[in-house]
Design a protein around this ligand. Sequence first.
Ligand SMILES: C[S@@+](CC[C@H](N)C(=O)[O-])C[C@H]1O[C@@H](n2cnc3c(N)ncnc32)[C@H](O)[C@@H]1O
Length: 238
Amino acid sequence: MSDSNLEQAQADGKYIRTVRSFVKREGRLTRGQAAALERSWPTMGLTHQQGLLDLTQVFGREAPTVLEIGFGMGKSLVAMAAAAPEKNFIGIEVHRPGVGACLMEAETAGLTNLRVYEHDAVEVLRDCIADGALDTVQVFFPDPWHKKRHHKRRLIQPAFVEALRPKLALGGVLHLATDWENYAEHMLEVMSGAANWRNLAEDQGYIPRPSERPLTKFEQRGERLGHGVWDLKFSRIG
Ligand SMILES: C[S@@+](CC[C@H](N)C(=O)[O-])C[C@H]1O[C@@H](n2cnc3c(N)ncnc32)[C@H](O)[C@@H]1O
């Protein structure tokens, strides 16, 4: 989303109610995405209106649950869910073509351990996820909102991580990754300043790239541009 589009959206009065971490783009669905949504939404789709989730009922079992916020086209989420069939995965994304693309990938991989929301993650966390329900929350390459005047739109903020913390079980992990150095510094500052988290990096900075995080499109692009990538893991200690 370019700044001029954002300003136009704001001028149209679309997103002035609250500061959100996204501007909803009306991207067209491909035929494949539309077909996957039609086929798989009844089994894999979750809605904000359903309210608080009973995970045992949703997945038909008790298992550690990983929540990914802003999964984009879902490639890394599907790869992780396929690599860890013993865990439950929930993905949240506001971009409908991304949700369709994720369901297509999930069908191809034959996944039964993934459910998805097409909704604002801030509201899903608040209204649908019980306290202590999650083993891991992961946010990979969230929109960096490069300009200083847009930094307030960044998802990783003190209020957001404080609202997220009780959703993790004690010892549960928040895993963040970004290819934008200034956002990495912002993440480290927010997380280091937040109470009841422990930085899992030995030097209290960033961790080496964890092997369970697959390469995403954004990371590959960043690598081509010569950007670095920064991973952070913090566990809930209180
Ligand atoms: C830069 S993309 C990265 C996508 C993916 N994680 C990857 O690495 O390829 C950030 C994504 O987060 C989504 N997003 C931003 N804010 C969100 C929110 N509050 N709830 C759900 N999704 C959100 C955007 O729609 C976008 O698809």
